[in-house]
Write a protein that binds this ligand. Structure first.
Ligand code: URA
Length: 236
Protein backbone atom coordinates (compact mmCIF):
# COMPACT_ATOMS: atom_id res chain seq x y z
CA UNK A 1 0.00 0.00 0.00
CA UNK A 2 1.35 3.40 -0.91
CA UNK A 3 0.02 6.79 0.10
CA UNK A 4 0.55 10.17 -1.49
CA UNK A 5 2.14 12.74 0.84
CA UNK A 6 3.35 16.19 -0.25
CA UNK A 7 3.80 14.95 -3.74
CA UNK A 8 5.91 11.94 -2.61
CA UNK A 9 4.84 8.31 -2.60
CA UNK A 10 5.36 6.95 0.90
CA UNK A 11 5.27 3.38 2.05
CA UNK A 12 2.67 3.03 4.79
CA UNK A 13 3.73 -0.01 6.83
CA UNK A 14 0.58 0.03 8.97
CA UNK A 15 -1.86 -0.30 6.09
CA UNK A 16 0.42 -2.84 4.46
CA UNK A 17 0.44 -5.01 7.59
CA UNK A 18 -3.36 -4.80 7.80
CA UNK A 19 -3.48 -6.00 4.21
CA UNK A 20 -1.16 -8.92 4.97
CA UNK A 21 -3.21 -9.98 8.02
CA UNK A 22 -6.78 -10.44 6.81
CA UNK A 23 -9.53 -11.06 9.32
CA UNK A 24 -12.98 -12.58 8.96
CA UNK A 25 -15.89 -10.97 10.85
CA UNK A 26 -17.20 -14.43 11.81
CA UNK A 27 -13.97 -15.37 13.59
CA UNK A 28 -12.42 -12.66 15.77
CA UNK A 29 -9.35 -14.69 16.77
CA UNK A 30 -8.52 -15.85 13.21
CA UNK A 31 -5.79 -14.10 11.20
CA UNK A 32 -5.18 -14.99 7.57
CA UNK A 33 -1.66 -14.27 6.38
CA UNK A 34 -2.16 -12.89 2.91
CA UNK A 35 1.47 -12.18 2.04
CA UNK A 36 2.09 -12.81 -1.70
CA UNK A 37 4.96 -15.23 -1.06
CA UNK A 38 2.88 -17.22 1.41
CA UNK A 39 -0.06 -17.39 -1.00
CA UNK A 40 2.19 -18.38 -3.91
CA UNK A 41 3.82 -21.20 -1.97
CA UNK A 42 0.46 -22.42 -0.67
CA UNK A 43 -0.86 -22.70 -4.23
CA UNK A 44 2.05 -24.98 -5.15
CA UNK A 45 1.45 -27.05 -2.04
CA UNK A 46 -2.20 -27.49 -2.93
CA UNK A 47 -1.42 -28.79 -6.42
CA UNK A 48 -1.55 -32.58 -6.60
CA UNK A 49 1.35 -32.46 -9.09
CA UNK A 50 3.74 -31.25 -6.36
CA UNK A 51 6.23 -33.91 -5.26
CA UNK A 52 6.84 -34.95 -1.65
CA UNK A 53 10.24 -33.31 -1.68
CA UNK A 54 8.91 -29.98 -2.96
CA UNK A 55 5.89 -30.09 -0.66
CA UNK A 56 8.14 -30.55 2.36
CA UNK A 57 10.48 -27.77 1.26
CA UNK A 58 7.59 -25.38 0.61
CA UNK A 59 6.07 -26.17 4.00
CA UNK A 60 9.35 -25.30 5.67
CA UNK A 61 9.61 -22.03 3.73
CA UNK A 62 6.01 -20.99 4.24
CA UNK A 63 6.23 -21.70 7.97
CA UNK A 64 9.31 -19.53 8.23
CA UNK A 65 7.47 -16.68 6.50
CA UNK A 66 4.39 -17.15 8.68
CA UNK A 67 6.60 -17.34 11.75
CA UNK A 68 8.16 -14.01 10.79
CA UNK A 69 4.71 -12.41 10.65
CA UNK A 70 3.37 -13.88 13.89
CA UNK A 71 6.41 -12.88 15.91
CA UNK A 72 6.04 -9.18 15.04
CA UNK A 73 4.61 -8.37 18.46
CA UNK A 74 7.31 -10.03 20.57
CA UNK A 75 8.44 -7.43 23.10
CA UNK A 76 11.98 -6.13 22.94
CA UNK A 77 14.33 -4.99 25.64
CA UNK A 78 17.92 -3.84 25.31
CA UNK A 79 21.22 -5.41 26.24
CA UNK A 80 24.55 -3.68 26.64
CA UNK A 81 27.01 -5.03 24.06
CA UNK A 82 30.39 -3.97 22.71
CA UNK A 83 30.63 -3.54 18.96
CA UNK A 84 34.17 -3.28 17.52
CA UNK A 85 33.56 0.51 17.60
CA UNK A 86 31.88 1.22 20.94
CA UNK A 87 29.38 -0.05 23.49
CA UNK A 88 25.68 0.23 22.79
CA UNK A 89 22.29 -0.72 24.23
CA UNK A 90 21.09 -3.09 21.50
CA UNK A 91 17.61 -4.64 21.12
CA UNK A 92 16.97 -8.27 22.11
CA UNK A 93 13.73 -10.20 22.61
CA UNK A 94 12.48 -9.62 26.14
CA UNK A 95 11.21 -11.98 28.80
CA UNK A 96 9.35 -14.99 27.57
CA UNK A 97 11.25 -17.44 25.40
CA UNK A 98 9.68 -19.38 22.58
CA UNK A 99 8.70 -23.02 22.48
CA UNK A 100 7.57 -24.72 19.29
CA UNK A 101 5.03 -27.51 19.75
CA UNK A 102 4.21 -29.54 16.64
CA UNK A 103 1.10 -31.67 16.79
CA UNK A 104 2.28 -35.06 15.49
CA UNK A 105 2.66 -36.06 12.92
CA UNK A 106 2.03 -33.36 10.30
CA UNK A 107 3.06 -30.54 12.65
CA UNK A 108 6.65 -31.82 12.39
CA UNK A 109 6.72 -30.47 8.84
CA UNK A 110 6.17 -26.97 10.22
CA UNK A 111 8.53 -27.04 13.20
CA UNK A 112 11.65 -27.01 10.98
CA UNK A 113 10.66 -23.67 9.44
CA UNK A 114 10.03 -22.17 12.87
CA UNK A 115 13.37 -23.47 14.13
CA UNK A 116 15.13 -21.93 11.13
CA UNK A 117 13.73 -18.64 12.42
CA UNK A 118 14.31 -19.18 16.15
CA UNK A 119 17.04 -21.84 16.45
CA UNK A 120 17.20 -21.59 20.24
CA UNK A 121 13.50 -22.36 20.77
CA UNK A 122 12.62 -25.40 22.87
CA UNK A 123 10.53 -28.08 21.17
CA UNK A 124 7.63 -29.99 22.70
CA UNK A 125 5.51 -32.64 21.01
CA UNK A 126 1.85 -33.49 21.26
CA UNK A 127 0.89 -36.74 19.57
CA UNK A 128 -2.73 -37.04 18.53
CA UNK A 129 -4.34 -39.09 15.81
CA UNK A 130 -7.80 -38.76 14.47
CA UNK A 131 -10.08 -41.73 15.10
CA UNK A 132 -11.26 -42.58 11.58
CA UNK A 133 -14.85 -43.24 12.71
CA UNK A 134 -15.52 -40.58 15.33
CA UNK A 135 -13.02 -37.99 13.95
CA UNK A 136 -12.17 -37.32 17.62
CA UNK A 137 -8.51 -36.83 18.66
CA UNK A 138 -6.79 -39.70 20.47
CA UNK A 139 -3.70 -38.61 22.44
CA UNK A 140 -0.67 -40.89 22.47
CA UNK A 141 2.24 -38.64 23.49
CA UNK A 142 2.89 -35.40 25.35
CA UNK A 143 6.45 -34.12 25.91
CA UNK A 144 6.85 -30.47 26.80
CA UNK A 145 9.69 -28.20 27.91
CA UNK A 146 9.37 -26.34 31.21
CA UNK A 147 6.32 -24.15 30.98
CA UNK A 148 7.26 -21.03 32.93
CA UNK A 149 7.58 -17.75 31.07
CA UNK A 150 7.26 -19.16 27.58
CA UNK A 151 5.33 -18.35 24.43
CA UNK A 152 4.13 -21.59 22.81
CA UNK A 153 3.69 -21.75 19.04
CA UNK A 154 1.57 -24.84 18.49
CA UNK A 155 1.65 -25.94 14.85
CA UNK A 156 -0.43 -28.29 12.76
CA UNK A 157 -0.94 -27.68 9.03
CA UNK A 158 -4.68 -28.47 8.87
CA UNK A 159 -7.49 -27.24 11.11
CA UNK A 160 -10.25 -29.46 9.75
CA UNK A 161 -12.76 -30.43 12.45
CA UNK A 162 -10.74 -28.34 14.91
CA UNK A 163 -10.78 -31.19 17.44
CA UNK A 164 -7.01 -31.87 17.39
CA UNK A 165 -6.23 -28.16 17.63
CA UNK A 166 -8.60 -27.76 20.59
CA UNK A 167 -7.06 -30.82 22.23
CA UNK A 168 -3.49 -29.56 21.78
CA UNK A 169 -4.35 -26.22 23.38
CA UNK A 170 -6.23 -28.06 26.17
CA UNK A 171 -3.01 -29.98 26.91
CA UNK A 172 -1.15 -26.71 27.51
CA UNK A 173 -3.96 -24.95 29.38
CA UNK A 174 -4.45 -27.92 31.74
CA UNK A 175 -0.81 -27.42 32.74
CA UNK A 176 -1.43 -23.77 33.58
CA UNK A 177 -0.34 -22.08 30.33
CA UNK A 178 -2.43 -18.94 29.73
CA UNK A 179 -4.29 -18.04 26.53
CA UNK A 180 -1.94 -15.13 25.90
CA UNK A 181 1.05 -17.51 25.97
CA UNK A 182 -0.31 -19.65 23.12
CA UNK A 183 -0.31 -19.02 19.37
CA UNK A 184 -1.79 -21.64 17.04
CA UNK A 185 -0.20 -21.75 13.59
CA UNK A 186 -1.81 -23.71 10.76
CA UNK A 187 -1.65 -23.65 6.99
CA UNK A 188 -5.24 -24.24 5.93
CA UNK A 189 -8.45 -24.21 7.96
CA UNK A 190 -12.08 -25.04 7.33
CA UNK A 191 -14.72 -22.67 8.73
CA UNK A 192 -16.23 -25.56 10.73
CA UNK A 193 -12.92 -26.17 12.50
CA UNK A 194 -12.26 -22.50 13.14
CA UNK A 195 -15.70 -22.23 14.78
CA UNK A 196 -14.95 -25.23 17.03
CA UNK A 197 -11.56 -23.76 17.94
CA UNK A 198 -12.98 -20.33 18.63
CA UNK A 199 -15.80 -21.70 20.81
CA UNK A 200 -13.31 -23.71 22.89
CA UNK A 201 -10.47 -21.18 23.06
CA UNK A 202 -11.75 -17.69 22.27
CA UNK A 203 -8.63 -16.11 23.75
CA UNK A 204 -6.08 -17.97 21.60
CA UNK A 205 -5.00 -16.47 18.30
CA UNK A 206 -5.17 -18.74 15.27
CA UNK A 207 -3.02 -17.89 12.25
CA UNK A 208 -3.53 -19.55 8.86
CA UNK A 209 -2.51 -19.02 5.24
CA UNK A 210 -5.89 -20.06 3.83
CA UNK A 211 -9.49 -20.30 5.02
CA UNK A 212 -11.13 -22.83 2.71
CA UNK A 213 -14.70 -23.64 1.75
CA UNK A 214 -15.85 -26.59 3.87
CA UNK A 215 -15.22 -30.15 5.08
CA UNK A 216 -16.22 -33.15 3.02
CA UNK A 217 -18.01 -36.22 4.43
CA UNK A 218 -14.67 -37.65 5.62
CA UNK A 219 -13.74 -34.40 7.39
CA UNK A 220 -11.16 -33.45 4.75
CA UNK A 221 -10.79 -29.79 3.86
CA UNK A 222 -12.12 -28.73 0.45
CA UNK A 223 -10.36 -27.61 -1.70
CA UNK A 224 -7.52 -28.15 0.81
CA UNK A 225 -4.36 -29.97 -0.13
CA UNK A 226 -5.21 -33.57 0.75
CA UNK A 227 -3.71 -35.39 3.71
CA UNK A 228 -0.90 -33.16 4.92
CA UNK A 229 0.90 -35.98 6.78
CA UNK A 230 0.89 -38.22 3.72
CA UNK A 231 2.10 -35.40 1.51
CA UNK A 232 4.94 -34.47 3.90
CA UNK A 233 6.13 -38.01 4.52
CA UNK A 234 5.23 -39.63 1.20
CA UNK A 235 2.91 -42.19 2.79
CA UNK A 236 -0.54 -43.36 1.70
N1 URA B 1 -6.03 -33.52 7.82
C1 URA B 1 -5.41 -33.36 6.64
O1 URA B 1 -4.23 -33.67 6.52
N2 URA B 1 -6.10 -32.88 5.59
C2 URA B 1 -7.39 -32.53 5.69
O2 URA B 1 -7.97 -32.07 4.70
C3 URA B 1 -8.03 -32.70 6.93
C4 URA B 1 -7.33 -33.20 7.98
Amino acid sequence: MYTEYSGCTLFDPYSSIQFIMLSDPRFPNLFILNHPLIQHKLTHMRSKETSTRTFRQLLREITLLMGYEITRDLPLTTQLIETPMQSMEAPVIAGRKLAVVPVLRAGIGMSDGLLDLVPSARVGHIGVYRDPDTHQPVEYLVRLPDLAERIFIVCDPMVATGNSAVHAVDVLKKRGVGDEQIIFLALVAAPEGVQVFQDAHPGVKLYVAGLDSHLDAHAYIVPGLGDAGDRIFGTK
